[in-house]
Design a protein around this ligand. Structure first.
Ligand code: NAP
Length: 249
């Protein structure tokens, strides 16, 4: 199995895209620690699914937007897994509002969780990734097409997601010579609780712009993340792989 021996941490692994990523990494042979913030029950179910696949699974509570909490969850993941060589920064939130009515709190919460979270976790995981680079160290950050094209009503989210792309490129330039490869995956519209918040009329309009004519599934993101975590992606770093059914071509 291509990820045999890998030890992966997936933030926001209790639901949606993060859940699918955690299970796909386990299916390909990795032991996986998932982080969650509020959804303990669903997180424990994901751990059970990982164990059914014959891998070790761990659920770790922590708020990625808080530096101390992120440090504690990284430390716990490294202890549980016995090391760390794959980090998937997936945790994210939305608080969509037009800029004219966007409150400071809507801005802070989204930037702090989505972009601050990537810094908080990556910064505190880098030493462990360096120690475990012999097995091929990878950081995969989940950004969004919103950060590439800008979406009305998402100034906070588009800014944070664009920030992740710049962050990933800088990290890749710092760490690629030391065998830590860093990339982004940018999903388009994917069917999760996050897109459930859009009303059906908005979603219908949005899907008219997707050349493939349908919403994407979490598994379709997980497959790309698992590829980037594996040996087939050994000469890819600093890139953003767009998975959006052709939306932004
Ligand atoms: P989701 O179903 O709402 O799940 C979000 C996950 O993030 C949950 O596991 C949640 O954990 C976790 N999370 C939220 N705040 C957190 C925090 N402060 N600390 C730790 N974990 C936290 O969302 P999703 O659609 O799967 O999105 C996953 C990622 O893909 C996000 O980065 C999102 O921006 C990105 N994305 C999604 C889409 C889409 O169409 N769905 C498109 C582009 C990009 P708890 O439930 O435990 O709080």
């Amino acid at each position: 199995m291509e990820l045999e021996g890998s030890k992966a941490l997936v933030t926001g692994g209790s639901r949606g895209i993060g859940r699918a990523i955690a299970l796909e990494l386990a299916r390909r042979g990795a032991d996986v620690a998932i982080n969650y913030n509020r959804s303990e029950g669903p997180a424990l179910e994901v751990v059970q699914e990982i164990e059914k696949l014959g891998r070790k699974g761990f659920a770790i509570q922590g708020d990625v937007g808080d530096f101390a909490s992120a440090g504690a969850l990284v430390k716990q993941a490294v202890a549980d897994l016995g090391g760390l060589n794959v980090l998937v920064n997936n945790a994210g939130i939305t608080r969509d509002k037009l800029l004219m009515v966007m409150k400071e709190d809507d801005w802070q919460a989204v930037v702090q969780t989505n972009l601050g979270g990537v810094y908080n976790v990556s910064q505190q995981a880098t030493r462990s990734l360096l120690r475990n680079r012999a097995t091929g160290a990878r950081v995969i950050n989940i950004t969004s097409v919103s950060g590439m094209v800008g979406v009305p009503g998402q100034a906070n989210y588009s800014a944070a997601k664009a920030g992740i792309i710049g962050f990933t490129k800088a990290m890749a330039k710092e760490l690629s010579k030391r065998q830590i490869l860093c990339n982004c995956v940018a999903p388009g519209f994917i069917e999760t609780d996050m897109t459930d918040e859009l009303n059906s009329q908005m979603l219908g309009e949005a899907l008219k712009m997707v050349p493939q004519g349908r919403i994407g599934q979490s598994q379709e993101i997980a497959d790309v993340v698992a590829f980037l975590a594996g040996p087939g992606a050994s000469y890819i770093t600093g890139q953003t792989i767009v998975v959006d059914g052709g939306l932004t071509m």
